[in-house]
Design a protein around this ligand. Structure first.
Ligand SMILES: *Cc1c(COP(=O)(O)O)cnc(C)c1O
Length: 437
């Protein structure tokens, strides 16, 4: 708990985006997601600048699945980013925020006819994930009398060291088509030959929460080599290579990721080497950061309710949230750090298991949290919850999804209202035969 820069005010309270976190908890209640808008926009700019240093033509797509709200879409638009969506729902939010469809890509391994239609009519680029899907896209384009902008997602076959569930660049994974088995080349030929599809480029995404910059060099090499193979075999230039996201953030302990510039440098090294050797100009290069944009720009505030000592075993400290607002610990043993909002610098006195309130023994937020002995009612801040928390939240145990507050230079305002108890039954229907008098 030494690497993180904590900001405090005169009262000694933890501040975030210039706001007193104890006061935020009082004003909005807990659990509460807090997002620092200035950090989000500065992370967007850092990515844009790193790309500008290495590539004549580039795009930065914000991978909206990490955390999507209308306000965040507007920040992405304002900072010149493009947007990635994986569903009609994410696309709907982006369009509602006024994000231009021409600057959106839709990926994912399943796209329903409704989603394809919504994407095509809004001029969204489709990142096809299988050969099967190319037929669906072609049929929908034909039905609508439109041309589809299509990329193909391929597996470069790079092993990135991250949790198995979020590793996506290897061959034995549900995403993408392989280069080695010829399906990638076959798919591209299908797109090029089609009257309904325009070939927009190739796409890869090698995993998530990747702490080392190393895998991006061979991934760049593999993608560039394949792009040149495509050009040789089809005579058609690959106009864009999307290198995906996956850039890690600091969650806990000593696992500190590389600066974004280091990842982009490695990627550029790999790509440029191959293109230079071939004497061909580098096409448009794109990245798709999600976690890196919003992860550390968020924290979650909870209230401490119970402290239970099980003699000879351990002490459990339980808060008013848990796997419903942050399923990442239960899902893939994610690690977090936390402090007491009113006394973030107080020395640790004990090691506790920080538990959530859901009816699952696995509902843990932090397995071994070193902290001062906390009093009932104290506010606890868990760091780096900006990515894949709100977006993965559920209503398990009928817990309403907490509100999201945006902070900036001491200002605070709701970005998403919290659900109410009435929202818990808003969509319920009681079939007539169940009704009894
Ligand atoms: C999830 C995903 C991303 C973003 O991943 P992060 O680890 O959040 O940067 C980018 N591209 C694709 C295709 C994805 O599926």
């Amino acid at each position: 708990m030494t690497k993180r820069n904590l900001e405090t005010n005169a009262a000694g309270h933890l501040t975030f985006g210039g706001c007193d976190t104890v006061a935020l908890a009082e004003k909005y209640g807990t659990p509460l997601y807090v997002m620092d808008g200035d950090q989000i926009e500065s992370n967007m700019q850092t990515c844009m600048q790193a790309m500008a240093q290495h590539f004549a033509s580039y795009k930065v797509f914000y991978a909206s699945k990490a955390m999507i709200t209308k306000a965040i879409c507007k920040m992405a638009k304002k900072n010149g980013l493009h947007l990635d969506v994986v569903s009609g729902g994410e696309l709907y939010v982006a369009l509602q925020a006024g994000f231009p469809g021409e600057r959106i890509s839709m990926h994912g391994n399943v796209k329903t006819p409704q989603e394809l239609e919504m994407a095509l009519t809004n001029h969204v680029t489709l990142v096809a994930d299988s050969l099967d899907e190319l037929g669906d896209i072609e049929a929908m384009a034909q039905k609508l009398g439109m041309r589809a902008k299509v990329m193909l997602r391929i597996t470069p076959g790079i092993e990135a060291h991250t949790h198995e569930y979020i590793q996506t660049g290897t061959y034995d994974c549900k995403f993408a088509v392989g280069i080695v088995d010829g399906q990638a080349m076959q798919g591209i030929k299908t797109i090029i030959a089609s009257n309904e599809m325009d070939f927009m480029g190739i796409h890869c995404h090698i995993g998530s929460q990747i702490l080392s910059d190393e895998p991006y060099d061979p991934a760049g090499v593999r993608m560039a080599e394949f792009a040149l193979e495509v050009e040789k075999e089809t005579g058609v230039r690959v106009p864009e290579i999307v290198m995906g996201g996956g850039f890690g953030i600091h969650y806990a302990g000593d696992e500190i990721p590389k600066p974004i510039s280091a990842y982009i440098q490695k990627m550029a090294d790999g790509l440029n080497r191959v293109y230079q050797k071939a004497g061909v100009p580098v096409p448009t290069i794109s990245i798709e950061p999600g976690r890196r944009i919003v992860g550390e720009a968020g924290l979650t505030l909870y209230t401490i309710y119970t402290r239970k000592e099980k003699p000879g075993i351990r002490t459990f400290v339980s808060v008013d949230g848990g796997m419903a607002d942050n399923p990442r610990v239960t899902l893939y043993q994610a690690e977090y750090e936390a402090v007491l909002a009113a006394r973030p610098l107080a020395p640790a006195e004990e090691t506790v298991r920080l538990s959530g309130r859901c009816c699952e023994s696995g509902d843990v937020l932090i397995y071994d949290l070193q902290m001062p002995v906390a009093h009932k009612g104290e506010v606890l801040a868990v760091f780096a919850t900006g990515a894949y928390n709100f977006s993965m939240a559920s209503n398990y145990n009928k817990l309403p999804v907490p509100p999201v507050v945006l902070v900036s230079k001491g200002r605070d305002a709701l970005m998403v209202r919290g659900q109410s108890l009435a929202d818990m039954v808003r969509l319920d229907e009681v079939p007539a035969w169940v009704e009894e008098d």
